[in-house]
Design a protein around this ligand. Structure first.
Ligand code: PLP
Length: 419
């Protein structure tokens, strides 16, 4: 196991006033099973601050109409707010051009879009798509679907015992048949922060396009898509303190321009006739039908909220919690931590000797503690570690050492019951 000292925060000073942050999240003042809620499942979905809830309510109460269609003032207002949200995403990930931001339903749909419209058209029998063993199913199955249709293959790069990507093996697997590389930035199970800059450099050196799955990255780390220079980046609003139902695909304008549309319908066309239809410009070409208008506007509010605290301050706070939590839960007898990478974000995944993860989850639930149990949509990774399932506690901006203490107390009790 690697030295946990490497995840020590750089400063002992509190990154921000967590109490004040918690007061922004109404759900944290509620109870679960008659106990104060201890929410430790932010990797599955984060809770929502008042600013996001209010933005949603306000759109429906005061600014709602369909967008890009109405000549009347209300529709124009809704359209302007929706367009503004796209500019907020552009600013947040430092994209060069707002046209490179495509709104989808979630990160999963964004990956499917790239697989179907960018990779599939040129995929041939024998071609390879390189992923890693630590991918979420969302970054495996869409590639398997196009590979199966074309007689191509999805190749997984190995993960080491501590849960890091074996970069040398990864490099060796990039060959003349590699058509696409798709890698997770931060693992939702291991917490591992992959060296995406090196991965992109390796891919570029061989002329292979890269997609980075940033679903677990944007809420923890600063993202600069121009500096990273990948071809595509995807994420979901609901893991970034925003609403569910909205995802983001960032892609280089030249790629998006050259790609065929994903789905047909309203808004994605320039002109429709029975003798032939032409496509709208990017990003609208990929946004068929009425989007989640209020959700997209509320994503803008989530970005404002995160930026008002600062992603660096968030990262520092979460690093403190991770260091504290790593030390604390390792004192629990029979606990095995899965994933002890040198570079790690806000996730503690573990097993407990003698206990099924499901039983741990149920016991913790009775204490008001919400954690995730199961395979976390990463079955191949669990197989790699010889597991069917695990338990996962994950943190966000609002978690405290009190939350970790509650988790540790319950785990000690569970260990006493099962061993
Ligand atoms: N990628 C990673 C690393 C994830 O953790 C998740 C969700 O847990 C996804 C992709 C898929 O996100 P969504 O379900 O929002 O599409």
């Amino acid at each position: 196991m690697s030295d946990t000292a490497t995840i020590e925060p750089r400063t002992k000073a509190p990154a921000f006033d967590v109490g004040a942050i918690r007061a922004e999240f109404p759900i944290l003042a509620t109870e679960m099973q008659g106990r104060p809620l201890v929410y430790l499942d932010s990797a599955a979905s984060t809770q929502k601050p008042k600013a996001v809830i209010d933005a949603l309510a306000h759109v429906y109460a005061a600014d709602y109409a369909n967008i890009h269609r109405g000549i009347y003032d209300l529709s124009q207002r809704a359209s302007a707010l929706h367009d503004e949200a796209r500019h907020k995403v552009q600013r947040f990930i430092k994209a060069q051009d707002w046209r490179e931001i495509v709104f989808t339903r979630n990160a999963t749909e964004a990956i499917n879009l790239v697989a179907q419209c960018f990779t599939a058209p040129d995929l041939r029998a024998g071609d390879e798509i390189l992923v890693t063993e630590m991918e979420h199913h969302a970054n495996i199955v869409p590639w398997q679907m196009i590979a199966e249709a074309k007689g191509a293959k999805v190749v997984p790069a190995p993960v080491t015992e501590v849960g890091e990507l074996d970069l040398e093996a990864f490099e060796r697997l990039i060959g003349p048949k590699t058509r696409m590389i798709a890698v997770v930035w931060v693992s939702n199970v291991l917490g591992t922060v992959n060296p995406v800059a090196e991965i992109v450099a390796l891919a570029k050196a061989r002329g292979v396009p890269v997609l980075i799955d940033a679903a677990q990255a944007v809420q923890h780390l600063p993202v600069d898509v121009q500096a990273l220079d990948a071809d595509f980046i995807v994420f979901s609003a609901h893991k970034l303190y925003g609403p569910s139902g909205v995802g983001v695909l960032w892609g280089k304008a030249a790629h998006l321009d050259a790609m065929p549309p994903y789905q047909g319908g309203g808004d994605m066309i320039e002109r429709v006739s029975f003798s032939g239809t032409t496509w709208n410009e990017i990003p609208f070409k990929f946004e068929a039908g009425t989007p989640d208008i209020a959700g997209i506007i509320a994503l803008g509010a989530a970005i404002d909220f995160v930026e008002s605290i600062g992603i660096e301050a968030i990262a520092r706070h979460e690093a403190e919690l991770l260091a504290y939590g790593t030390r604390a839960i390792q004192q629990v007898p029979g606990l095995r931590l899965i994933g002890t990478a040198h570079e790690k974000a806000s996730v503690l995944t573990f097993t407990l000797e003698g206990a099924h993860p499901q039983d741990i989850g149920m016991l913790l639930d009775l204490d008001g503690i919400a954690i995730r149990t199961g395979h976390h949509c990463a079955m191949p990774l669990h197989e790699r570690f010889g597991l069917n399932a695990s338990a996962r506690a994950s943190f966000g901006i609002y978690n405290t050492t009190d939350d970790i203490d509650a988790l540790t107390r319950s785990l000690h009790r569970a260990a006493g019951m099962f061993q």
